[in-house]
Write a protein that binds this ligand. Sequence first.
Ligand code: HEC
Length: 158
Amino acid sequence: MGSVVPVVAAFMGGLLLLAVPGQPALGQQPVSEATTPEAAVVKVCAGCHGMQLVTDTPRDYDAWHDTVQKMIDRGARGTPEEFDLVMDYLFQNMTPIDVNNADAETLMAVLHTSQTAADAIVTRRTSRPFKDLAELESSINGLDKTLLDAKKRMIFFQ
Ligand code: HEC
């Protein structure tokens, strides 16, 4: 009876050896250069820890800059163009904004608006600051309401 166990263990060991060498398909990165902000952030940033960590903690542009530099020190790799796209992604999607104080350039990038809409925001808030997102959307033409609703946890009125 006792002699059966070692035979089974040896057989399973053989199976394990066969199974180990394959690389998981999900770990393979596309080799072609990423050309959109979304593709660039997945390619450059999701290799070590997945996108969850990147999308968990909104922070301002300078802080993102420092974070990305830290990741480069840890081994993040991409072309200069890809890192520009990564910064675009982080600025457009993961940067909180104070609508009543941000400059026009930041409003354009973070709210994805035209220069005209950004200027209109600055002009209007000088006389009367906005009190919430609904007021912003109803006072300024040309805003992308779907997008603003999607990122409203990052839009502040101080
Ligand atoms: C070579 C591996 C690697 C790559 C590629 C990488 N990271 Fe990281 N990242 C890490 C490690 C390791 C940690 C955990 C250590 C820590 O928290 O400091 C981390 C933590 C983080 C954190 C949480 C800690 C913090 O500083 O807030 C954020 C946010 C982050 N990474 C963003 C990014 C972004 C954005 C990119 C793409 C530019 C990226 N990572 C690419 C290795 C990597």
